[in-house]
Design a protein around this ligand. Structure first.
Ligand SMILES: Cc1ncc(COP(=O)(O)O)c(C=O)c1O
Length: 342
């Protein structure tokens, strides 16, 4: 890929120097070409960045974010981690693993009521010794302030890892991931990078990485969840996060709405409702490449990519990178939806 001559200010190395980081995963993750999938689709060359192979308790994109976020927690002298997510949260599973690795107590506030049987990510959360608090019908993270105070009263030094690990530090991890990708990519002329976008940190970090490294590819975030994260509409949330992260890195660039591609066409019946799109993407990727994408995030994003190729939105002159952000442990919690009729 071309060098970084025109980048607007930030030295990517500054990331390594400025922010405390703990080592939790295996980096760089592999960059592979999916020639069988490309042949099956009769479309463009397709590459995959295998962040499902980050190595932390079955991997995923949160490992990168947690290296920076928990680096900050340790620098602040914290001994207890709190985070929140859905019952099958990949973020919570990786947070539980990171906390175990770093000898930190881990509290997870999970949505809904405790299921009869712990499967997939929830099973792994339990195996890794996290304390699980069921939020019932409370909103995402609503119970965190109270839990924070309780833990403080009990003499702990708690630290809140934000939903999905999507704050400035989480985003910066994906700015750094852009440098990693480009150092592997040589002269592969990526025209599109396609990925699942849900709490926005991956998206915001990749936007910033693109600017810092002066790249021309199009970043296509496939929207996963109709419900906006936090107070603002999701696109505004990503923009705001990208701009706050740019300011933190002293990058001289203000992102505007036209620099953000968030594709809303594959939301289906809603968050974590598996449909034909996800089922086909999971089985096609597995049967052509022996690679597992997940029912909630990467299955939906891969389904979106497949549809964009079939519809001609991405054609054989293009070169696509699919950023595999992990999630396969959730497959084990979705057997009914993945094999309807048995
Ligand atoms: C497997 C997987 N892919 C993608 C995402 C979305 O990443 P982000 O939250 O940074 O938008 C998540 C987030 O939970 C995830 O678990």
């Amino acid at each position: 890929m071309p060098a970084d001559e025109d980048r607007p200010g930030a030295d990517a190395d500054a990331i390594a120097l400025t922010f405390p980081r703990v080592s939790l995963g295996f980096f760089p993750t592999p960059l592979v070409e999916l020639s069988n999938l490309a042949a099956a689709l009769r479309g463009p060359r397709i590459f995959m960045k295998r962040d499902d192979q980050t190595g932390l308790a079955l991997g995923g994109n949160k490992t990168r974010k947690l290296e920076f976020i928990l680096g900050d927690a340790l620098a602040q002298g914290c001994d207890t981690i709190i985070s929140a997510g859905a019952e099958q949260s990949n973020h919570c599973r990786q947070t539980a693993a990171a906390a175990a690795r770093l000898n930190l107590e881990c509290h997870l506030v999970l949505g809904g009521a405790e299921p009869r049987q712990a499967r997939g990510n929830l099973l792994l959360d339990k195996i890794m010794g996290s304390h699980i608090h069921w939020a019932g019908d409370h909103r995402k993270g609503e119970d965190i302030p109270q839990l924070f105070e309780q833990l403080k009263l009990a003499g702990k030094r708690p630290y809140v890892v934000p939903y999905g690990g999507s704050n400035e530090l989480g985003a910066i991890a994906f700015t750094e991931a852009t440098r990693e990708l480009l150092s592997q990519a040589g002269d592969i002329p990526f025209t599109h990078i396609v990925f699942a976008s849900s709490s926005g940190g991956t998206h915001a970090g990749l936007m910033l990485g693109k600017i810092i490294h002066g790249q021309g590819y199009r970043l296509v975030g496939i929207d996963i969840d109709k419900e906006a994260t936090g107070e603002m509409p999701f696109d505004q949330h990503i923009l705001s996060l990208a701009n706050r992260s740019a300011a933190l890195l002293e990058v001289d660039h203000v992102f505007t709405r036209d620099e953000l591609t968030l594709n809303p066409h594959y939301l289906g019946e809603g968050y974590a409702v598996v449909g034909d799109l996800e089922r086909e993407a999971i089985s096609l990727t597995a049967r052509t490449e022996g690679i597992l994408v997940d029912p909630v995030y990467t299955g939906r994003a891969m389904g979106g990519l497949i549809q964009m190729i079939r519809g001609g939105e991405i054609d054989s002159h293009d070169t696509v990178l699919f950023w595999h952000t992990g999630g396969a442990p959730a497959l084990f919690a979705y057997s009914e939806a993945l094999t309807p009729g048995g």
